[in-house]
Write a protein that binds this ligand. Structure first.
Ligand code: C2E
Ligand code: MG
Ligand code: MG
Ligand code: MG
Length: 282
């Protein structure tokens, strides 16, 4: 009956059918990619505001497809979310990120968490397992959540953030300013850091109003005792402005693009001995 239905669909809704079968094809590919180790992380440096010190790195998922080459998260994260593969993908990224940072002497690693992962009860157990397997001290792991998790189920989010922070892991609010969270949430949720969305930084080039808004956002974060990170810093002018405005940390192409692990470590002189011996020291 399914096959017959499908044939009918071709006749009546050719585009819908094609989209659906294409989606299912990609889903199979992603499932395979997770098994075959085609998912890896790139690391983008996060600097102190003065640009002098590497403080950490954000781990960003990459799909190195066998013949289609590198696929970016805009394409596969939504697919991973609708197919339920996001939990597996999140685990792969988290474990790679922890293993990498455990080799370094100092910098933290910051990992994006999908709202779907965040609301699962076993998420905290998985974080703990990744820390234990890697030997990474918890205070050198940051989990990036988005405003969506707070709105969806505020009670659960509050509980989960507390549990994560009780492990010693830090919590950052990513893409701040693009969601719909009220300001009172910011206080209630006991965060460690606030990442000011790239769109605010980009806007800086378009006049005084954008600068005023940015000052307000930075001051808000500072007043709440949070570490304020500017995202998407592309020029020296933007960096100067953001530093003067009081941002604590900077991330963006001006400071460095996301890089594969080996290149990142070589570029910043991390884990020079190849890492294995280094881990015991850290
Ligand atoms: P995000 O967490 O806000 O990450 C920052 C994004 O901005 C990255 O895009 C990064 O490459 C890009 N970026 C950094 N600096 C600049 C800059 O100066 N200019 C511009 N134009 N872009 C910059 P990417 O790697 O394509 O990731 C996009 C989004 O996909 C991420 O946004 C995050 O929401 C999501 N994502 C990436 N990896 C993961 C993951 O492992 N799990 C989950 N759940 N989401 C992920
Ligand atoms: Mg992020
Ligand atoms: Mg971000
Ligand atoms: Mg962003």
């Amino acid at each position: 009956a399914k096959a017959a239905g499908k044939n009918c669909a071709v006749a009546f809704h050719p585009d819908m059918d094609r989209d659906e079968s294409h989606r299912r094809y990609l889903e199979r590919e992603l499932r395979g990619a997770l098994i075959n180790g085609e998912i890896s992380i790139e690391l983008q440096p996060i600097f102190s505001a003065d640009g002098q010190r590497l403080e950490g790195a954000e781990a960003l998922a990459r799909w190195n497809h066998s013949y289609r080459g590198r696929i970016l998260p805009v394409e596969f994260i939504p697919l991973a979310e609708t197919s339920g593969l996001i939990h597996q993908l999140g685990q792969v990224v988290l474990r790679q990120a922890c293993r990498a940072a455990a080799r370094w002497d100092g910098p933290f690693v910051s990992v994006n968490v999908s709202p779907l992962e965040f609301r699962r009860d076993d998420f905290i157990l998985n974080v703990r397992a990744a820390l234990e397997a890697s030997g990474l001290p918890p205070e050198r792991l940051v989990l990036e959540i988005t405003e969506g998790v707070m709105i969806e189920n505020a009670d659960h989010a509050l509980h989960a953030i507390r549990a994560i922070r009780a492990l010693g892991v830090k919590v950052a609010l990513d893409d701040f300013g693009t969601g719909f969270s009220s300001l009172s949430y910011l206080r209630k949720f006991e965060l460690d850091a606030l990442k000011v969305d790239r769109s605010f930084v980009t806007d800086l080039d378009n006049g005084a109003e954008a600068a005023t808004i940015l000052h307000c956002v930075v001051n808000l974060g500072r007043a709440l005792g949070l570490s304020v990170v500017a995202e998407g810093v592309e020029t020296a002018d933007q960096a100067r402005f953001l530093r003067a405005a009081g941002c604590h940390r900077m991330q963006g192409y001006h400071f460095g693009r996301p890089m594969p692990l080996a290149g990142f470590e070589a570029h910043f002189g991390l884990a020079p001995d190849g890492g294995e011996g280094h881990r015991a020291v850290a």
